[in-house]
Design a protein around this ligand. Structure first.
Ligand code: MTE
Length: 320
């Protein structure tokens, strides 16, 4: 993964969030920093398909006060213009090329070690799940970060829906494979499709989130519509986008980035400022849209919720 120049757009939460969501959230956001101004740069409207999305009426979802944050939310337009989505190119500016992503009809296959394999249409899945909004930190292995108001549902709710067998140890997720639609997939350099995986304990952790929306609307294509992961204690590459297949298995998946460079990108990929990437430090992170560099936090600030998942893992680098 390359490190590229930062975007420059950034505003306070009240300007990054639809007004009713902001006012609703204001009641419980603790700490002045969350509402303090940033570099006030007006943002243009990103290339959203939200207006025509069949799930649009489900947004904004109710905010979950357990997941707020003491730092400003990244501007929506900054976020949708600074993405990693290699299916649509290696640049950070793929929001236009990602408009080729056809997000309806869209279905998700659920199989492997499950009670009964099934295929579910995305709108049926979204309606069946308990949608809520959470503010999460988002930390890329390239040492940049954002703060994102995701909408979605706990991965655990999807696990309960899938009914995996007790013998399943991992949940593997896959992105679509369609080189005609996604020109990046024509490149033989990459081991398409994009594959990621979690242990069942990670999948069932409260923090693991399946995302269907952001900024109070259906998810923009550039951010991985219509379904992606958000695993905020791990480097961003674990959060696979545009998911079409979920497989429960007892074999640890070989992930996309491991397939490319397993000495640089591991299965665990938990954030740790004291464990450098082989080619750069992870001690600090560039806050996208600002000139700020912040110290990076162990587990990206979520140690209280996830550190216990790893106490029994010996002989592996859980921070790579
Ligand atoms: N998922 C797919 N299918 N393709 C990708 O290229 N990039 C990953 C992850 N999920 C990627 C993906 C990486 S490296 C990061 S940092 C995050 O998505 C970026 O998410 P964002 O663009 O919403 O910030």
């Amino acid at each position: 993964m390359l490190i590229r120049n930062r975007d420059t757009s950034f505003i306070a939460e009240r300007e990054a969030t639809p007004e009713h969501v902001f006012l609703n959230r204001r009641a419980f956001v603790a700490g002045g920093a969350a509402l303090a101004g940033g570099l006030m740069v007006a943002g243009g409207r990103p290339a959203f398909a939200a207006d025509t999305d069949p799930s649009a009426s489900l947004y904004p979802a109710k905010s979950n006060p357990a997941y707020t944050i003491d730092r400003p939310v990244t501007l929506e337009s900054a976020n949708t213009n600074y993405n990693n989505f290699y299916e649509f190119g290696e640049s950070k500016h793929i929001s236009e090329s990602a408009q080729a992503l056809k997000i309806r009809p869209w279905s998700v296959q659920i199989g492997g070690m499950v009670d009964k394999p099934k295929e579910v249409a995305i709108d049926d899945l979204i309606k069946a799940m308990p949608l809520e909004e959470r503010l999460y930190r988002h930390r890329c292995v390239e040492a940049w970060s954002m703060t994102v108001p995701w909408t979605g549902f706990p991965v655990k709710a999807l696990v309960d829906f899938a009914k995996p067998l007790g013998s399943a140890k991992y949940m593997q997720v896959e992105t679509f494979l369609d080189p005609k639609m996604a020109p990046g997939q024509k490149s033989f350099v990459y081991p398409w499709p994009y594959v990621e995986g979690l242990t069942m304990a990670e999948a069932n952790n409260d923090l693991a989130f399946m995302v269907t929306g952001a900024y109070g609307k259906p998810l923009p294509k550039a951010m991985g519509a219509p379904l992606r992961l958000a695993l905020p204690w791990k480097y961003g590459f674990k959060s696979a986008k545009s998911i079409t297949k979920i497989t429960f298995t007892d074999k640890r998946p070989t992930t996309f980035w491991q397939g490319l460079a397993d000495n640089e990108y591991g299965f665990w990929a938990n954030v740790n400022p004291d464990v450098p990437h082989p080619r750069w430090s992870q001690a600090t992170e560039e806050v996208i849209g600002t000139s700020e560099r912040r110290p990076t936090l162990i587990y990206n600030g979520y140690a209280d919720k996830v550190a216990s998942l790893y106490t029994d893992i010996k002989g592996e680098n859980i921070f790579m």
